[in-house]
Structure formats: C-alpha cells, structure tokens
Design a protein around this ligand. Structure first.
Ligand code: NAI
Length: 254
C-alpha cells in the first residue's frame, strides 16, 4: 500500500483520521489513501498484528489500535487514545464489518443474527458515539459509515447482513440530522460487491447473484470505494449529511 497513487488529496494535511477495519480490504485501502493525502491515520482492527503491519507499511505518523468494535469499552478507550496521541480526531471511517454466513432465512440461528448485528450495527454505533463529543467540541468532524447495497435492496441468503446495513443507513441519517450545525457531518455509503477478502466468507452462489445485479458487470475495486470515502471524509464535503452515497456499478437506482 505504500506509494498509493492518487490525484486528489482533498487537503488532509494536519488532519487525523481513524479507520476501523483498517487492517484489510476497503479499510486498508482507505487508510493508505488518506495517509497518501497527508492525514495522520490510526488503523483500528481486532486483528492487532495485521493493523500493526498496515500502520508500519503506511509509515509517517500512522499508528495501530487494537480493538473489537463490539465492545463499547474498547471503542471508547481506542478513541480516547487516538485523541490523546494526536490531540484531535477529524475523520472517522467505519469499515469494520463481517459478511455473516450465507444462509436461507429459516437457517439463521439467534447466535448468527446477533453475531452479525454486534459488529455491523452495534460496532458502528459505538464508534460514532465515541467520536462525537470531541468532534462537536472542536467544531469539526467527518464521519463515513460503510453500509452496503444489501441494506437498501436486501440480498437473498443475507437477512442479518442486509438488516444490519439498513440499520447503518438509518442511524447515519439520524446522526447527520442530530449533529447538524455542529460542524460534524455524517454520511454512509452503499457499495455493491467489492473485491476484498470479505468475499471468502460468502458462497459462490451468493457472489454470483450480487455480480449479476450490477449493470457495469464486474466487481468493484477497493480503490474506487476509497475515492468516494476520501471525499466524504474531507473538508470539501460540506453540504451533505445524513445521506447514503451509492457506489454500486449502477445497481442502485434510488
Ligand atoms: P474485509 O474482511 O477485507 O475487512 C474487514 C475488516 O474488519 C477486517 O480487517 C476485520 O479484521 C475487521 N473487523 C471485523 N470485525 C471486527 C471487529 N469486531 N472489531 C474490529 N475490527 C473488525 O472486508 P471489506 O470488504 O473490506 O469490508 C469493509 C466494509 O465494507 C464492511 O463493513 C463490509 O460489510 C462493507 N462492504 C463490503 C462489500 C464487499 O463486497 N467487499 C460490499 C458492501 C459493503
């Protein structure tokens, strides 16, 4: 990821960004892009070793934070440590998420439902809640929550995942309105299927269904998603909040 090439830097010099799920896939690519754009980046992941490796690769002031987003205590401690280390926190990008098992509805156990919600819904809320007081106090912040097209349309074999992502879209709408006027903007994004390690959690049937629904007829790349996130995490995003931005190869029409 070192040497990430981008033509748009969106003025991240002097800004501090916290990227959850930053050890892999979209989060890792976002961390690299923001670092290449001049931000100081904290890479948060439950996989401490992988987060450290990404931070080392990014160099500069990049730092790794080991935390499980399903624990509000760990999230609160992680945010406090980033604010203490860097003296500020300007952007939060919530990428930590799991695909859940590919299951028909009748086969989804209580435990599987809770497992998916704990990461994808509770985890995003805990991270958003933890950064808000400091951002509001400093009068500036950008929050980007990674939802999914599944949260708008629903995918078969993915009831828990789809519902958890709909929750992310809904909570972001509420948080955006709640923080209006504070200088803190919160938006979500809805990617269609993107080529990352998360696909290893899904059946081929599930992946084929998702690709078949994309008019551009291919998987998206993490760099394409990172480009949208970089804008939404920047000061140049100034008149959008509570919105859900599509990056779905044409799948979403609303
Ligand atoms: P990935 O599996 O490559 O990366 C997810 C990262 O989140 C991993 O580093 C993992 O260790 C971390 N993570 C998982 N649970 C965690 C927890 N409890 N606490 C802290 N870290 C945790 O996945 P990918 O594809 O980069 O996904 C990123 C986000 O994008 C997820 O929220 C996913 O649902 C969403 N998304 C992905 C799509 C895709 O097709 N890849 C499509 C639409 C949305």
């Amino acid at each position: 990821m070192a040497g990430f090439e981008t033509t748009s830097s969106y003025g991240f010099a002097g800004r501090v960004a916290l990227v959850t799920g930053g050890a892999s896939g979209i989060g890792r690519t976002v961390a690299a892009r923001l670092a290449a754009s001049g931000a100081d980046v904290a890479v948060l992941d439950r996989d401490a070793g992988a987060a450290r490796a990404v931070a080392d690769e990014l160099g500069g002031n990049a730092t790794a934070v080991a935390a499980d987003v399903t624990s509000s205590q760990e999230v609160n401690a992680a945010v406090a440590s980033v604010e203490e280390t860097f003296g500020r926190l300007d952007a939060l990008v919530c990428c930590a998420g799991i695909g859940g098992d590919s299951l028909h509805t009748a086969d989804v156990s209580d435990a599987e439902w809770r497992r998916v919600f704990a990461v994808n819904c509770d985890g995003v809320f805990y991270c958003n809640r933890a950064v808000v007081p400091g951002m509001v106090e400093r009068g500036y912040g950008r929050i980007v929550n990674v939802a999914s097209i599944a949260g708008k349309e629903g995918n078969p074999m993915a009831a828990a995942y789809s519902a958890s992502k709909a929750a992310v879209i809904g909570m972001t709408k509420a948080i955006g309105k709640d923080l209006a006027g504070t200088g803190v903007l919160a938006n979500s994004i809805a990617p269609a299927v993107i080529e990352t390690p998360i696909l290893e959690q899904l059946s081929q049937e599930h992946i084929d269904y998702m690709v078949s629904r994309i008019p551009l007829g291919r998987l998206g790349r993490p760099e394409e998603v990172a480009a949208l996130i970089a804008f939404l995490a920047s000061e140049e995003c100034s008149f959008a909040t509570g919105a859900c931005f599509d990056i779905s190869g044409g799948r979403a029409t609303y």
